[in-house]
Design a protein around this ligand. Structure first.
Ligand code: C2E
Ligand code: MG
Ligand code: MG
Length: 423
């Protein structure tokens, strides 16, 4: 058995333009023949250093010793520690290489392992059915990243983890803003609304997305409420400007499950909305995981009160984890948003097509509005339109954008969607 043999390729001229040039790669594969094949292939493709391991345990040791592995190619079926456990462990230990899964398992299994890895925060450029070829590997490596949020060069990283005190300072300095992502109707591509997505213009780190500060904010009730109110204030400012320019938009605002569990939170929210002169009809509050919170009673009271006063409620990330049918019984939602993990597999994945059809049908039966989020391709857009989905949101329509760009987008940039009408 080969154990962590470091291959330092002799000086060679790596294939020019290869996506592997200069990278440190780890190959984890129990079959000696297939491992040797993968190693020679990535070496040929110009990798700077290639390490190999015959199962997950060796793989973890290689990561610990290898110093800056950029890319892991991992098999799934392996003795001792298989690929699923290996990927879970490497994420838990804080390693962040890109991971490509290479396996002869069925496509569904590969996709769910990919989703698992992405849920752990790993970037997975692709999954490759065996046998591995340089052509397929090159294609996977050169595909654009699919989950990278629309942030500038200063996307958050572990290095930039911020403290609650720093968030408090940022709130006082009014550094929190939101980007707005358009939602349009599938019929006629009418611009109906925007989702407000929190962003922090940090004086040192640059533009930060929610992943960089939400977990810390959510750990502190007061901070999270402060952040929600800051977002609401920004929403109000822009909503009024759009209204003056003749754009009547619904604005969706995300609420943290933690805040919803606080007694009286809805009153603070409504007081703030009134103060900022935002009418209930303009706002849709998006909720995830609500019914799983420990303070279910307060959560239900807050949501019922918001609904009673005319605000709309949307169940976010529907079809995943906690956002399920049970919640629809408990909470007076007016809208459901089908999660992007389902949408991005349309129309190729049969199961996700069935699920989406059922969800759209159910929403119609319950007289709920239904939004598909995470639409990235024309093919997904067309599939959803044919399934009767009403509203769409996703990079294919528009990336989240600064408030100042919204009116311009409304005027100019929807023609590519209208052009799809006849397909
Ligand atoms: P979400 O509410 O489900 O928002 C959708 C997320 O998907 C956004 O990420 C958006 O940029 C991204 N997205 C939109 N279209 C596409 C697409 O076509 N492809 C892909 N791959 N991604 C797409 P973002 O802005 O990073 O926000 C992440 C999450 O952070 C949000 O998920 C929401 O749960 C939370 N969040 C954002 N703003 C706030 C806020 O003001 N308050 C609270 N409590 N949570 C917020
Ligand atoms: Mg949302
Ligand atoms: Mg969502």
């Amino acid at each position: 058995m080969t154990f962590l043999s470091g291959h330092e390729p002799e000086p060679r001229s790596p294939q020019s333009g290869s996506s592997l040039a200069g990278l440190n790669v780890l190959v984890v594969e129990d079959s000696g023949v297939q491992r040797a094949h993968a190693v020679s292939l990535v070496t040929e493709m110009g990798a700077a250093q290639v390490l190999e391991a015959s199962d997950g345990i060796e793989g973890l040791a290689a990561l610990a010793e290898g110093g800056g592995i950029d890319l892991v190619l991992s098999d799934l079926d392996m003795p001792r520690m298989d690929g699923i456990a290996f990927i879970g462990e490497l994420a838990a230990r804080g390693f962040r290489p890109k991971v490509i899964i290479i396996s002869s398992q069925e496509a569904e299994v590969l996709q769910s392992v990919r989703m698992m890895a992405e849920t752990y925060g790993l970037s997975v450029p692709g999954v490759i059915p065996k046998p591995l070829t340089s052509l397929v590997l090159e294609k996977v490596l050169s595909a654009p990243p699919r989950l990278a949020p629309a942030l500038g060069p200063s996307a958050p990283s572990a290095r930039q983890e911020v403290t609650p005190g720093e968030i408090r300072r940022g709130l006082e300095a009014k550094e929190f803003h939101c980007f707005f992502q358009p939602q349009v109707t599938f019929q006629g591509a009418l611009f109906r609304g925007v989702e407000a997505l929190a962003r922090w213009r940090h004086p040192v780190f640059g533009l930060l997305g929610p992943a960089a500060f939400l977990p810390q904010a959510e750990a502190d009730e007061e901070l999270m409420s402060g952040l929600t109110l800051a977002i609401l204030e920004r929403v109000a400012e822009h909503w009024r400007i759009w209204k003056r320019r003749g754009l009547s938009l619904d604005v969706s605002v995300n609420l943290s499950a933690r805040s919803l569990g606080i007694q009286g939170f809805s009153d603070h929210l409504m007081d703030a909305a009134n103060r900022f002169e935002l009418p209930p009809r303009a706002l849709i509050f998006e909720v995830t995981e609500s019914a799983s919170t420990t303070h279910l009673g307060h959560t239900l009271a807050n949501l019922a009160r918001l609904r009673m006063r005319g605000y709309r409620l949307s169940i976010d990330d529907f079809g995943t984890g906690f956002a399920t049918f049970e919640q629809l019984e408990r909470i007076p939602f007016t809208e459901l948003k089908i999660d992007q993990s389902i949408i991005r597999l349309l129309p190729m994945a049969e199961r996700q097509m069935f699920m989406t059809r059922r969800i759209v049908q159910m929403a119609q039966d319950l007289k709920l509005s239904v939004v598909a989020e995470g639409i990235e391709t024309l093919a997904s857009w067309n599939a959803l339109r044919h399934l009767g989905c009403k509203l769409g949101q996703g990079y294919f329509i528009a990336r989240p954008m600064p408030a100042e760009q919204v009116a311009g987008w409304a005027k100019q940039d929807r023609s590519h969607l209208r052009g799809q009408e006849l397909s």
